[in-house]
Design a protein around this ligand. Structure first.
Ligand SMILES: Nc1nc2c(ncn2[C@@H]2O[C@H](COP(=O)(O)OP(=O)(O)OP(=O)(O)O)[C@@H](O)[C@H]2O)c(=O)[nH]1
Ligand SMILES: [Mg+2]
Length: 303
């Protein structure tokens, strides 16, 4: 399950959002231990697929929602707190726009700076260590870290490194390589605020379009399976090929993968189910190295 962190200053509305997403009434008091519950993405397309397929059970994609206790904006966040974000798959900065004196744009910027400064301090330490003999860091990595530090110093995130260089930082637990989103909590229209230029590539989440925007920011692909009495939605990294995607459903399918039959969900609905789509010649058959398109209904063939 993908892990979504609700991050922000105290009173930003993280717990309020957590409750809406998970239906749980919990609160969290320990800043070092986020509260976890499951948030279900009630994908309307999956609902229609299930209706057309006539299955009894629908299994929706789920996310792990982590509610972190915030710190007052006057204090900021200590390093051991921010370190807890490194195991998350995406960071959702939640800011307050419901009090008279709230300034969501300023808060968005300050939260970004918390992440930027954390990564910059870590790179500085690594570069310092590299000056000693036998640091174990390759020339190429040192160059990328240097480039990354320059980006951070101009208040940009490491995610704007080119993809080869970014790949080199995999597993190094930086925070600004992660998908970043903002949620403006309050009564006014959230998308009405405009963020500073450094955040031009960051989505401001809308409660209605919440999960689709996250899925897009995380570069995930949605596909659907209809098996027996169950219609199910799956989210896999867009970088995976068909065989690897099959592995997210079951490792046996990946191992014995032969091919996958696919049909876009709209064609599936138009035809009125799998058998009719097949009879109308709407199915495409893909090999292991091809990739499944977003919103396809699929059937895997395997040994
Ligand atoms: N009017 C209004 N009040 C809200 C909204 N969202 C949250 N609140 C209130 O603001 C207060 C703080 O919200 P929380 O969700 O607890 O904030 P938080 O980000 O979890 O804060 P910490 O856990 O301290 O980091 C609560 O009393 C909420 O009821 C909102 O959209 N509108
Ligand atoms: Mg809270």
């Amino acid at each position: 399950m993908y892990k979504l962190a609700l991050f922000g200053y105290s009173g930003g509305g993280k717990t309020a959002l957590f409750r809406k997403l998970t239906g749980k009434n919990d609160d969290v008091y320990d800043p070092m231990k986020p509260n976890l519950a499951v948030g279900r993405y009630n994908d309307a397309a999956l609902e229609k697929v299930a209706a057309a397929a006539g299955t009894k059970k629908t299994v929706y994609p789920e996310f792990g929602i982590y509610d972190f206790k915030g710190m007052p904006s006057s204090d900021g966040f200590p390093d051991d707190y921010l370190k807890n974000l490194s195991s998350m798959d995406a960071i959702i900065c939640t800011v307050n726009n419901y009090q008279g004196d709230s300034d969501p744009v300023k808060d968005c910027n300050s939260l970004l700076m918390e992440l930027v400064l954390y990564d910059a301090a870590r790179i500085e330490k690594m570069l310092e260590r590299a000056e000693k003999p036998n640091s174990g860091l390759s020339e190429r990595l040192l160059k990328v870290l240097g480039e990354g530090l320059k980006l951070l110093e101009s208040e940009k995130r490491l995610s704007s490194l080119d993809s080869d260089n970014l790949g080199l930082l995999n597993g190094m637990e930086f925070l600004t390589v992660k998908p970043l989103l903002f949620f403006v909590n309050g009564n006014s229209v959230p998308c009405g605020i405009s963020l500073p230029a450094v955040l031009s590539d960051v989505s401001v989440l809308d409660p209605v379009d919440f999960y689709p925007a996250i899925i897009k920011a995380m570069s995930l692909v949605t596909f659907y399976t209809v098996k027996g009495d169950i219609s199910q939605g799956w989210l896999v990294p867009g970088s995976l090929n068909a065989r690897e995607s099959a592995g997210k459903v079951h490792k046996d399918i990946e191992k014995g993968f032969i091919r996958v039959a696919t049909v876009n969900y709209k064609d599936f609905l138009g035809a009125g189910g799998w058998q009719k789509a097949k009879a109308s010649g709407l199915l495409k058959f893909l090999g292991p190295n091809s990739s499944i398109s977003d919103m396809d209904v699929v059937e895997f063939y395997f040994h």
